[in-house]
Structures are given as structure tokens and as C-alpha cells.
Design a protein around this ligand. Structure first.
Ligand code: COA
Ligand code: MG
Length: 292
């Protein structure tokens, strides 16, 4: 969570900017965020036309979710023009692919500042290269300075598999250490962090399992490629009924007069500290935001 007011990012759906049918669906989808993709989902010949469509897509008054646009790498022939054109359309976030160092974030931020992009345009970063993983602590540190605009990490698991040569297995055993490192860095920098995609979008049982794992690993949500994945992700990354009940019990216990001023109390045979109360308040705020 990046701010006091929690913004759900349970389900973050990629929509290729070149796919008219998919774009037309955005207003009817229950995902928390959409990433309009100008990068890997768009062929080089279509890049410019796709960029030119972004302003029209973002201007649609019927859409309800947070809107993010993934541009091409700043080092590519499209990068700078993408960044400036997209910034003018004022999305909630601009997602930078293939970053490697803090400098990549700082340069994008400088370009936005120099072109008077409003502060509401945040930077999201794909973590999908070995360099980004090795530099992840320093990159995340930028999250502590609002002027950097850095707001959210997105795991680029397909590119990580490709660039490292690890075997992609259903249980993601070789990816998991890096994903955990990513979550840790995001928390250190006060950033949200979104798990990578599941390519096999027809296997919803496998997807539901992977969402449960992602939630247990501490991710805020999951990157999605197909509308059928929205509902399972929304369910998996919302607080469970059991967790809400437990949080309420902790809040009620600390509110009892006999517990006023106590740092530690006993609840149903367990030790509960004020840090658990803080976590419970956070979880209840999250549950309320998801219900809203
Ligand atoms: N966003 C919005 N709508 C989508 C969608 C998406 N990502 N993916 C599919 N849909 C729509 C389809 O247009 C179709 O609409 P219709 O009911 O009006 O015909 C409906 O959902 C069902 O789609 P389906 O036929 O099951 O899949 P498909 O064969 O059309 O598309 C993919 C499959 C994988 C090509 C498509 O889901 C896709 O392009 N996903 C995003 C890929 C991407 O962005 N990759 C880069 C980041 S990893
Ligand atoms: Mg990628």
C-alpha cells in the first residue's frame, strides 16, 4: 500500500492498444486497473497508430478502473515519444518496461517534469531483467521520495524466464526467490507490487492456485491477460472473511475498557500486540475499500 487511503490493485489487466475488440470491453470490466499496452502486444508497424489512440481511450468517461499505459523502453526508437504523448493524456500511471537501474526511473521522471506532466501521473516499473533484480533495493528506495513519481512494481515473469534461462514450472519454484525479493523491496520503498501473468488463460483452476500463492507471497494483485481471470484475482487478493473476522476481534479486544493503555493482551489464548492492531486496522480499511 502506498498511501493511507488504500486503492485496490487486485486485478491489473493488460489490453493491447492495437486490439479494438478488447479496448471496447474496458468499460464493462470489473478489474481494478487496466494497462493499455504499447510494448510487446503491439507489432513495430502498429506502434505509432497505437500511441495515437491512447488519448481517445483514456478520455472515455464510462471507464471506472485505474488506467495505466505501458510504453516502449525509453532506449527504443519509440520510447521518448511514447512517454510524452501518453503523459499528455494524463493516465494514472505510465509503466516503464525493461528498466535496469534507478537512473531509468529518474530519467523518465525528469522528462515528465520538464514537460509539465501533472504530479498525478505516476511511474510504474516492470521488473523483468537480471539488472533490475540486482538493483532492486536501490530502485525501490526511490519510492520513498514522492518527487520520483515511482508508485508500483510489476513482475515481468515471462521476460525473467527468457532472460535468465530458468525453467518455467507450474509451481514457479525457480522464480519464487526473485519474486520474494521483489516484494521485500517494494515494502521497503512503500510501493505496491503486482505479480506476473499466467499465460494459460483457459486453466482457471491453475490460475486461482497461482493467485492464492501470489497473495500469500505478499503481492497486492496479479497481472492479467484475459477477462476470465478478473474474478478469481479479485477474490484471491481481497481479505478473506476469516481474516476480516479476526481483525474485527482484535480491534474489539483493544477497545474494551480493561485493555485501554495495554501494549499486549491475550485473545483466545494468543498474544496480541499493538502491531497486530495496526495490521488489523489496515486489513479492515482494505476490506472496506474492496467492498466500495
Ligand atoms: N482485454 C479485454 N478484452 C479481452 C482481452 C483483454 N486482454 N482478452 C480477450 N478479450 C476479449 C476478446 O476480445 C473477446 O471479446 P468478445 O467476447 O467481444 O469476442 C472475449 O474477451 C473473449 O476472448 P477469447 O476469445 O477467449 O480470447 P481471444 O482469443 O480473443 O484472445 C489473447 C486471447 C491472449 C490473444 C488475448 O486475451 C490478449 O491479447 N490478451 C492480452 C495480451 C497482452 O496484452 N500481452 C502483453 C502483456 S503480457
Ligand atoms: Mg516484458
Amino acid at each position: 500500500m502506498t498511501t493511507e487511503t488504500y486503492r485496490p490493485r487486485r486485478s491489473v489487466l493488460y489490453v493491447p492498444a492495437s486490439n479494438e475488440k478488447a479496448l471496447a470491453k474496458i468499460a464493462s470490466l470489473a478489474c481494478d486497473a487496466v494497462i493499455i499496452d504499447l510494448e510487446d502486444a503491439v507489432l513495430p508497424a502498429d506502434k505509432k497508430a497505437a500511441r495515437d489512440k491512447v488519448a481517445g481511450i483514456l478520455a472515455n468517461p464510462e471507464r471506472r478502473c485505474e488506467m495505466v499505459v505501458r510504453i516502449n523502453p525509453l532506449a527504443s526508437e519509440w520510447g521518448d515519444d511514447d512517454l510524452l504523448a501518453v503523459a499528455r493524456a494524463e493516465p494514472g500511471g505510465i509503466l516503464l518496461p525493461k528498466i535496469g537501474t534507478p537512473r531509468d526511473i529518474l530519467e523518465a521522471g525528469d522528462l515528465l517534469d520538464d514537460n509539465a506532466a501533472p504530479d498525478s501521473v505516476k511511474l510504474w516499473a516492470m521488473v523483468e531483467t537480471p539488472r533490475a533484480l540486482l538493483n532492486i533495493g536501490a530502485i525501490a528506495e526511490l519510492g520513498r521520495d514522492p518527487a520520483s513519481r515511482l508508485n508500483c512494481f510489476v513482475a515481468g515473469t515471462n521476460d525473467l524466464v527468457k532472460s535468465t534461462g530458468i525453467l518455467a514450472t507450474p509451481d514457479r519454484r525457480y522464480l519464487t526467490p526473485w519474486l520474494m525479493q521483489l516484494v521485500l523491496a517494494a515494502r521497503a520503498g512503500g510501493l505496491d507490487v503486482i505479480d506476473g501473468v499466467a499465460n494459460n488463460f483457459r486453466d482457471l483452476d491453475g490460475f486461482t492456485r497461482e493467485c492464492a500463492e501470489g497473495a500469500a507471497m505478499g503481492f497486492d494483485g496479479k497481472s492479467l491477460i484475459h477477462p476470465a481471470q478478473i474474478e478469481p484475482a479479485n477474490r484471491a487478493f481481497a481479505p478473506s472473511a476469516g481474516a476480516v473476522a479476526e481483525a474485527q476481534a482484535i480491534r474489539d479486544a483493544f477497545a474494551r475498557p480493561e485493555n485501554a493503555g495495554k501494549a499486549v493482551i491475550a485473545l483466545d489464548g494468543r498474544m496480541v500486540e499493538r502491531l497486530h492492531l495496526a495490521a488489523a486496522e489496515k486489513l479492515l480499511a482494505k476490506a472496506a475499500a474492496v467492498r466500495a
